[in-house]
Write a protein that binds this ligand. Structure first.
Ligand code: SAM
Length: 220
């Protein structure tokens, strides 16, 4: 058997197992093509340094998704505008985006609400650095903290925004209930908290994902 045939067979077996185990369909082409892509990469005989540099770059961008189970992907203008609708125009609101990525939402809100205090917390160094540089060079009042939101007291914020992943929601809810003040607002784009009925469900973009909101109840 040639290596090419072996790679095709392995891809086919991986795709069948993927389908059998019920993974989302978009995994099928990835599983099928991965061994073949590996062969191509090997045939290019690239220096190991290329792989090392790419590995370091990915680590800096994604940092610890094996632990947090939250990769980097970005919300956009319709979501930012939907979040802005919760800001009273003239109030000194304290806002935080936990997992702020490259800072787009925080920069937008800081610009639009001069009296608000806007903070972004980001775990991955490279996105955090980009957001920090963006704030610095645009003269934005948004602040960006490099760190894990688990170590930040959420009691200081009136509005907490998240765009994380389904896996992150249960522990986020426990933290929100233990830290956040009564009647403060937790917003989550796309991901619902299992077992916690949202007080708010809106759709920032037609056909897009929902933005959920929970008013923090008393006595937690
Ligand atoms: C889906 S992105 C959202 C980016 C941004 N909030 C937006 O709306 O465009 C989620 C980000 O959360 C970060 N993240 C995941 N777990 C975190 C944690 N425990 N503390 C801080 N940031 C975290 C990830 O590194 C990733 O950049």
């Amino acid at each position: 058997m040639t290596l090419g045939v072996a790679a095709l067979l392995q891809g086919a077996v991986a795709a069948i197992i993927t389908w059998w185990r019920g993974l989302p369909l978009w995994w099928l082409p990835i599983q099928f093509l991965f061994p073949i892509a590996l062969l191509f990469a090997h045939a290019m005989a690239l220096s190991p340094l290329v792989y090392f540099v790419l590995f370091i770059l990915f680590v800096l961008i994604y940092w610890a998704p094996f632990r947090t189970r939250v990769p980097l992907y970005l919300s956009g203008r319709p979501v930012w505008e939907a979040v802005a609708a919760f800001f009273p125009e003239d109030a000194a609101v304290q806002f935080v985006d936990i997992g702020s990525g490259i800072g787009g939402l925080s920069l937008y809100l800081a610009d639009r609400f001069p009296k608000a205090t806007v903070t972004g917390i980001e775990l991955a160094p490279f996105p955090w650095l980009i957001s920090w540089l963006r704030a610095r060079f645009s003269g934005s009042r948004a602040q960006f903290i490099w760190g894990d939101y688990a170590n930040v007291d959420l009691a200081q914020f009136d509005i907490v925004f998240t765009f994380l992943s389904p896996a992150a929601m249960p522990s986020l809810w426990i933290k929100a209930l233990s830290d956040m003040r009564q009647d403060s607002l937790l917003l989550s784009y796309e991901f619902i908290i299992p077992g916690a009925k949202p007080d708010i469900v809106i759709y920032p973009a037609l056909g897009g994902a929902p933005l959920y909101g929970w008013r923090i109840p008393q006595n937690f």
